[in-house]
Design a protein around this ligand. Structure first.
Ligand code: AMP
Length: 270
């Protein structure tokens, strides 16, 4: 992989890279289109990274269809699909992890202990092996993007990070590989995330600027849907991810909600 990148960079190409866990959907494809626009060669990786899943999470049940993914990647113009195997990437004795002090102690980091340590470690490994000029990440994983930007700055990676807006189904559900796990009824219930974000946006337009009050309304709205369990609903500063009390500047409203056993996340800049 590294040789391929080096060879094509020496020929004057800008290399774009998109790490994924596969089971590709329009959200991933939209990142790929961005990668193709920004660079000359596009590499994606497909690797379901064990170190970012906690005990009891869905590592073993994560959806997978490599043949379909290869076809989608080829159709859109990806040059390389890099699929490292687990034993090569985490050989026996593997013992080094990347961590961060502040940003992981918010949002998903609080309920998924060690998750971002796993994410930062795999992204670092992929960056070293793929050695891209540009990497594209989705704003759907808002906290992940913030953490990667911080890491790239702090550790002097010579890689330009591009954030890409959330891609949604026509009814507003944020696309996710995990949506495939929803039953038809849960799929409808899943709309309560985006609908609650839209409600919050319109509350704010009606001068309701108290974050706690908006969150309380959201808790009640989501709670009124069957089969839901709120992990968190937060209104926070987009850079530090610290809670905001009164909304007097752009904030990010972010949430994680279990619908049945499937954990969904969504966010919106208000
Ligand atoms: P994943 O395969 O879930 O690890 O996602 C790989 C990349 O695609 C990450 O940068 C995600 O943020 C991004 N991504 C996933 N779903 C979406 C979406 N609906 N819209 C935009 N980006 C997404």
């Amino acid at each position: 992989m590294t040789d391929w990148s080096e060879r094509h960079r020496r020929e004057g190409n800008v290399i774009s890279f998109i790490p994924t866990m596969g089971f590709l959907h329009e959200g991933h494809l939209s990142l790929m289109k961005e990668g193709l626009l920004q660079g000359d060669k596009l590499i994606i990786s497909i690797f379901v990274n064990p170190t970012q899943f906690g005990p009891g999470e869905d590592f073993d049940a994560y959806p997978c269809d490599l043949e379909r993914d290869f076809q989608l990647a080829e159709d859109i113009g990806v040059d390389v699909v890099f699929t490292p195997n687990k034993a090569d990437f985490y050989p026996q004795g593997f013992d080094t992890f990347i961590d961060q002090e502040q940003l992981p102690n918010h949002l998903c980091g609080l309920s998924r202990s060690g998750h971002f340590q796993g994410v930062m470690t795999i992204v670092t490994k992929l960056f070293h092996v793929v050695n891209p000029d540009i990497a594209v990440f989705g704003e759907k994983d808002f906290q992940q993007l913030a953490i990667i930007r911080r890491m790239v700055k702090d550790l002097n990676f010579n890689i330009r990070i591009i954030g890409h807006p959330i891609v949604r189904e026509s009814d507003g559900l944020a696309m996710s590989s995990r949506n495939s796990k929803l039953t038809p009824a849960q799929r409808i219930t899943g709309l309560c995330l985006i609908n609650s974000l839209k409600k919050a946006q319109s509350s704010l337009k009606n001068n309701k600027t108290n974050a706690a009050a908006i969150i309380q309304d959201t808790v009640e709205f989501i709670g009124s849907h069957p089969d839901t369990e709120i992990d968190y609903i937060k209104i926070c500063d987009p850079d530090t991810l610290d809670d905001v009390d009164s909304i007097d500047r752009p904030v990010v409203m972010a949430m994680a909600v279990k619908v049945g056993t499937t954990r969904l996340i969504d966010n919106m800049i208000l």
